[in-house]
Design a protein. Sequence first.
Length: 468
Amino acid sequence: MKKKFLIGIALILISVLFISCEDRTELTAPTSASPNLGAVNFTSFVSIGNSLTAGYQSGSLYESGQNYAFGNLIAKQVGASYAQPIISDPGIKGRIEIKSLNPFTLTYNQNAGTPTNISHPVPYNNLGIPGIVLADVMNATETVNSYSKSAAIDLVLRKLGMTQFTQAKIQQPTFISLWIGNNDVLGFATSGGVKPTTPTDANTFAFLYSQLADSIAALGAKVVVANIPDVTTIPFFTTVGPGVAQKLSSLGIAGIYYQAHGQYNGTVLPVSALANFSALMTLTGSNYTSYLGIPSGKFYKDYGVDISPLLAAGILDTTQVFGLHPKNPWPDALILDPTEIATAKSTTNAFNNTISAVANAKGFAFVNINSIFNQIRAADFTGGTVYDGVVFTTTFVSGGLFSLDGVHPTSRGQGILATEFIKAINAKWGVNIPLVNVSQIPGSLILAKKNSLGLPLFEKGTFDNLMF
């Protein structure tokens, strides 16, 4: 057996359309067709949500990405003003960038930008806050009294003593976009089902979402809401496993041992489960595949886990090969097994049932993002999905839809979101807002330094600052 191996990712040639050194191209102007807004009034357009609404991508919130937040793109199409909590590039510390293409290596930018309009005299139109959960919308006024403890709360709400909802309310909104709830299940999934141990309870979610919807409906604005995509189909979960399965199969190995549900009990995960996506490896575990088959505890040291008590108790034995022996298993935090996948899916379905039912009862426009993303995912195997002449897939890096963190959309991905939101608005109220031309949005995968093609590596610390 080879001492080390890395997952091979089949990268389609990454063209200049998808990589830029520091792209600050101005926002594409609306199409020449004038929007027919009818009874839809965007005079005061406010967005409530999390990182997806904020325009967060590649592990950071930064100006040249925020410019393409779907709410801002919609505002441009209708000629509405839309203030955002802009952070100058490179944004919040930790932006993920392509260091080199040979070997294919991602790094993170240790520098940070600064807020450019922190003195904006009224609340921002884009109130999307990376990292928050549903309960924070009507309860958190700052990070310290939030459920999520997201540092971005203070950045967006600016400690004005008002919640996200209240800051929307005092703007007397005429139109609201609401997309919230992703983090109530995503945190469970990205941690391999380890922390938190369970997603938000479905009944609690239903109560909180209905309460929020009642409060929003009372404002008298027109509202568009979106549901939650299946978190297990994004590149953060679908990139690593198949490569590991292929390598293990070539070596005649039928499966790996993993730490199932926090127990060092030597549970076997079949190679077939990784190959057919019935079990998933997280993107954060990509580097550590190089330790598979090596009698070493270096993995745990690199991952920051103190295993000395487990070694002393004889539960772990790092003289055995990592991942291929019951006493040196693959950590649970980097595996989403069939049971955990089922939990994530059933939770997402329950949340989405609540969102669609509430939207229907309140007369809100509804964007079925879950269905749209599932269709794009399914088309991966038949040539991809075309928007404005550009082919998109959910493949990590080369697919063009997801940014370098494997979770959040690229600028063009935000353009697709804006298009789908506009379609729902047009259909609901019989108006004619021009769709966003996705092909005119520049690429947003940042090339930090070098320029060649190879295998995937993540420099240590790349995912340390990631929010959702």
